[in-house]
Design a protein around this ligand. Structure first.
Ligand code: ADE
Ligand code: ZN
Length: 358
């Protein structure tokens, strides 16, 4: 597989002016494949839920909480993110959080969202698995009904916890097996290599679940290799550090392995000093199946379209052809059935063809 696709219609990309491009991208059909639903919890909703659930927060106001969103690395973010998630208690809370995100996503042209959730963040606080999954799932079903937005769940294991805990989590989720399409691996990367989770990923594979993992965000390129070889993942979340291993880059390009890159996240967590230094253009040039995603939009200063905007504005060398490629990659890399993907890809091409004629 190669990621340099050709549109199904003739599209004269040169005719799409750079002044028009952001609007074209914002209105285009697209998929979001790397969004932690707990990372979409806005401070206003955190305060509302804290009040209704009687949870004490260590910040006096929404403004004070938002002011604390100055991160130096992944761990400094995770500490705040787990504290924020502690307000989630009831099925209604999980529903409301996911519904807020999905409503926004629908307005941004998202036709397919594959949502990560971290059950251990909640079950460790005594929240039943049923509350978490049923609350999220009811919002996903509602998004399909009300917006025609396909929303699926991916259950993530926290890599700072043990593999035994991950195995137990998977077991506890089995009564809800039909409510999630895959498993992922997130949280503190350094010091927690993929191989720590080989058995639980093998078990997930036996259950017919899709497999993805965060690798090469802060951790080394070697973690991308072990995620592929030992966890048998189909996509790599982040993966930006693959460029430290040219042979790995060739392998990812040859296999068409999707990388779910999150530009604003990478700047907020100091993976790159600024957007102009982000290596996404280099990844695209290497023929990788790169996609753009928001990661934790409530914490990183932007939802999906803001990620596209920030990236395209900081890299004027990325034009309409590249933007189309990123959108195309997002749809191709989803876990949706191929007939749906083809219909979305056709809509994407028609959208760009129309823009080129305008
Ligand atoms: N959990 C939420 N966001 C994450 C990220 N960017 N990396 C690892 N774990 C996460
Ligand atoms: Zn992530």
């Amino acid at each position: 597989m190669n990621s340099h696709a050709t549109p199904s219609l003739p599209i004269d990309f040169q005719r799409i002016a750079s002044s028009q491009l952001l609007e074209v991208v914002h209105k285009a059909p697209k998929a979001e494949l790397h969004i932690h639903i707990e990372g979409s919890l806005e401070p206003e909703l955190i305060f509302e839920m804290a009040a209704r659930n009687g949870v004490a927060l260590s910040y006096p106001s929404v403004q004070a909480l938002r002011a604390a969103y100055a991160f130096t690395d992944l761990q400094s973010f995770l500490d705040v993110y787990y504290a924020g998630a502690s307000v989630l208690q009831t099925e209604q809370d999980f529903h409301d959080m996911a519904w807020a995100y999905l409503s926004r996503a629908a307005a941004e042209g998202v036709v397919c969202a594959e949502l990560f959730f971290d059950p251990q963040t909640h079950t460790e606080r005594g929240i039943p698995m049923a509350v978490v999954i049923q609350g999220l799932k009811s919002a996903c079903d509602r998004a399909q009904r009300e917006w025609g937005l396909r929303a699926e769940l991916i259950l993530c294991f926290l890599r700072h916890l043990s593999e035994e805990a991950a195995l137990q989590t998977l077991q506890d989720a089995l009564p809800f097996r039909e409510h999630f399409v895959g498993v992922g691996l997130d949280s503190s990367e350094k010091g927690h290599p993929p191989e720590k989770f080989a058995r639980v990923f093998a078990r997930a594979g036996d259950l017919g679940l899709h497999r993805v993992a965060h690798a090469g965000e802060e951790g080394p390129a070697a973690y991308i290799r072990t995620a592929l070889d030992l966890l048998k993942v189909e996509r790599i979340d982040h993966g930006v550090r693959c460029t430290e291993d040219p042979e790995l880059v060739r392998r990812l390009a040859r296999d068409g392995t999707p990388l779910t890159v999150c530009p604003l996240s990478n700047i907020k967590l100091c993976v790159f000093p600024d957007m102009g230094s982000h290596n996404l253009p280099q990844l695209l040039d290497a023929g990788l199946m790169v996609t753009v995603n928001s990661d934790d939009p409530a914490y990183f200063g932007g939802y999906l379209n803001e990620n596209y905007s920030a990236l395209l504005q900081a890299h004027p060398g990325l034009g309409a052809r590249h933007a189309w490629q990123l959108l195309h990659n997002s749809l191709v890399s989803s876990f949706a059935p191929s007939d749906l993907k083809h219909a979305w890809l056709q809509r994407l091409d028609e959208h760009f063809a129309r823009a080129a004629l305008a």
